[in-house]
Design a protein around this ligand. Sequence first.
Ligand code: CAA
Length: 428
Amino acid sequence: MVQLKKNMGSGVGKRWGYNHNTSQNYAKKPTQNTHSKNLLNLAYFCSLMQFELTEEHLAVQQAARDFAQTELLPGVIERDEHQKFPAEQVKKLGELGFMGMMVDPKYGGSGMDTISYVLAMEEISKVDASCSVVMSVNNSLVCWGLETFGNEEQKQKYLVPLAKGEIIGAFLLSEPEAGSDATSQRTTAEDKGDHYLLNGTKNWITNGNSASVYLVMAQTDAAKGHKGINALIVEKNSPGVTVGKKEDKLGIRGSDTHSIMFQDVKVPKENRIGEDGFGFKFAMKTLTGGRIGIAAQALGIASGAYELSLKYSKERKAFGTEIMNHQAIAFKLADMATEIEAARLLCLKAAWLKDQHLDYGRASSMAKLFSSETAMKTAVEAVQIHGGYGYVKEYHVERLMRDAKITQIYEGTSEVQRVVISRDVLKD
Ligand code: CAA
């Protein structure tokens, strides 16, 4: 198995997107607060647009594909059925560098770009979306949040083992009464001078039991509304932390989803991320990148369902011919392939904008919205193409259909993505 490292391929070959080192960089990198921001962005993007992946990207994609086939495919049906967390597989992903893909190597990460992350997420999710959500939360919510907004001590203490995959992290924003309405945090972090006293309950927490480190959003000063929320690093084994029962879910059943209760948990002040009151902004900024990861997960579920359907329709015969020769099936495959390609381009564009430090909020929500809707639609059609076989477990597509649904819900529902996109387009 190949271990991830920066410049895996020769790295100077074919590129998708912007090439720092060539004379093609003739368009001026746009500033983001000018009137003609969009036109400039377009000119910049078009003048540099290329659709090939680098050798490094291709190598990461291949490594993830190999891992999914050899390590994830065996046992994926059983893990789903018995809700078994893929502990061994996640450990191996960590050893190979997939758990801190975008983290600087000086903090134990693989130093890769967001495009590499999207490619890896797609490949892992084609086979096992329960495993890819563990990877996604650790990479784009926990590691990215800590690397971007944490201080040096927090990075040394928490980011290094998280990026190496030695421990896993979780992101605790949702509450029984604060899902989409994320500013309505009821969990409190009372300021006690040298520490915060944490009380409350968080719901639907991915990696809830397997994580050692929680990033917890909690209200310190309710009078200040969302500006009174703080983001705290909480160790799972702190006194007063209780892990609730594992949720019995429709899909991603191998992943580890729990409620987490806090009762008078003392969190040292040095575990606050950023300035006092930065917690809600921290959550929103981190989720903006996280949504690219979930978009890529949805893309993977869709392309996994499509690949299985294509293969099946070339083998299965009905009415004297392979079913691919029936237009009813061929047209379904055409629609699936077209929508998956559109989803992939949205994911890669959002990733590319993030890598270029351009504004990627709208693109990230568009990628998440379109890819998750595509995942659901494609997986339903994949079951239809497989007929009766699609309805039983060993053909995998029924699991992909169940797994697809969550991508329209977590890290912001499709409705929340439309809120974000519509607010942004109305500024045009
Ligand atoms: N970046 C930076 N700041 C942002 C921001 C962003 N992307 N989005 C909002 N903000 C800021 C706003 O500027 C505003 O600050 P100011 O008052 O200083 O201007 C503040 O945050 C509040 O923003 P809004 O007024 O827009 O807040 P709202 O109440 O209208 O809510 C929302 C907006 C988009 C609906 C938001 O609440 C939201 O994203 N909800 C969904 C939450 C979510 O995604 N939860 C997922 C849970 S984690 C998970 O699922 C992980 C997992 O297990 C897989």
